[in-house]
Write a new protein. Structure first.
Length: 286
C-alpha cells in the first residue's frame, strides 16, 4: 500500500514537469533543455590543441569550438570559428564538464562561411550599439531639457508669485497717496516732536517699508520692459539693402595679343607702302 501511494505521488509530481518540458520543447526545438548529465571520465591527454571538440556541461548545456588551452583545472575553447559562435574564448572548469567529444574539423569553405557570418553579426551588433547610443543620448538630452524647462518654469512662477506679493504692497500703500520715504520721516517727527504715535496702518508700512521699496523697483522694471516692447512694436522694419549694380569690367588684352595685333598692323602698312612703290615704278616714263 505504501509503495502504491509513493508511486502515485511521484506520478503526480512528474506529470506537470513532463508536460511543461514537452511544451517548452515545442516552442524552442533548437535549444537543449537544462538537465543533469552523468559525468564521464575525462582524459585531456587524448585531446590535442587545435582540435574541434564539443564540451557538454553537467547541467546539459554544451559548447563547441577549437581547444585553445588546457590545464589540470580548466580548458579554453576558441569559439570564433563556429557559425553562431562568439568572437573570443570561453574558459570552462573541469569540475563543470560532463563529457568532451571530438568533432570533425571545419573545411576551408566552412571556416570562410563562419568568418563571413561572424563579421555580419559583428556589424549588426555595432549598428545596434550605435543606434542604442543615439537613442540614449537623445533620451538624456530630452530629460535634461525637460528638467531645465521645469526648473526655469518653477523659478519663473516663484519669482512671479513673489513679485505679485510685493506689488500688492503698492496697491495697499500707493505712492501717489503719499506713501514713501517722506511719510516715514513724518511719522518719526510726530513721535519725537509731538509725541504722536503712528496708526496701525502706518506701523505696518514702517515694518514693510524695505519690501515696499523692492516692490517699487519691480514696478519700475516692468514699466521699462513694457516701454521697450512698445518701442519694438512701433519700430519700422528695416529696408532691405539695395543690390549693388555691377559695373562693366574692361577686358584687358594679353600682352602677347597686343604685340601680335601691332605686328599685323605693321605688316599691313609695309605691304601698302611696297604696293605704292610698285605702282609708281610702273607709271614712271621710260
Amino acid at each position: 500500500m505504501r509503495r502504491f501511494f509513493l508511486i502515485l505521488s511521484l506520478t503526480c509530481l512528474a506529470g506537470p514537469l513532463i508536460f511543461a518540458s514537452s511544451l517548452r520543447g515545442q516552442e524552442e526545438p533548437i535549444r537543449i533543455l537544462k538537465r543533469e548529465v552523468k559525468p564521464e571520465p575525462i582524459n585531456l591527454e587524448a585531446f590535442s590543441l587545435g582540435w574541434r571538440i564539443r564540451v557538454t556541461l553537467k547541467n546539459g548545456a554544451f559548447f563547441q569550438g577549437l581547444l585553445a588551452e588546457k590545464s589540470a583545472q580548466k580548458i579554453k575553447l576558441d569559439l570564433s570559428g563556429e557559425k553562431d559562435g562568439l568572437n573570443g574564448r570561453l574558459g570552462l572548469y573541469l569540475d563543470q564538464i560532463a563529457s568532451i567529444r571530438r568533432l570533425p574539423q571545419l573545411s576551408p569553405v566552412e571556416e570562410e562561411a563562419a568568418k563571413i557570418a561572424r563579421q555580419k553579426e559583428l556589424e549588426k551588433m555595432r549598428e545596434r550599439m550605435t543606434q542604442r547610443k543615439a537613442i540614449e543620448a537623445e533620451r538624456k538630452d530630452r530629460i535634461k531639457k525637460a528638467r531645465e524647462e521645469a526648473l526655469a518654469k518653477a523659478t519663473q512662477e516663484k519669482r512671479t508669485s513673489e513679485e505679485q506679493a510685493l506689488l500688492r504692497l503698492l496697491e495697499k500703500f500707493p505712492p501717489e497717496e503719499g506713501w514713501g520715504a517722506d511719510r516715514i520721516d513724518r511719522i518719526h517727527d510726530n513721535i519725537l516732536l509731538y509725541d504722536v504715535f503712528p496708526s496701525p496702518e502706518e506701523e505696518e508700512f514702517m515694518q514693510k517699508f524695505p519690501l515696499w521699496l523692492e516692490a517699487l523697483k519691480v514696478l519700475e522694471r516692468r514699466a521699462a520692459e513694457e516701454e521697450e516692447k512698445a518701442k519694438e512694436a512701433q519700430r519700422p522694419p528695416e529696408a532691405p539693402a539695395p543690390e549693388e549694380i555691377q559695373q562693366p569690367v574692361a577686358i584687358e588684352e594679353a600682352p602677347e595679343a597686343q604685340e601680335t595685333e601691332e605686328a599685323e598692323e605693321t605688316e599691313e602698312v609695309e605691304e601698302t607702302e611696297a604696293a605704292g612703290e610698285l605702282e609708281e615704278i610702273e607709271v614712271a616714263p621710260e
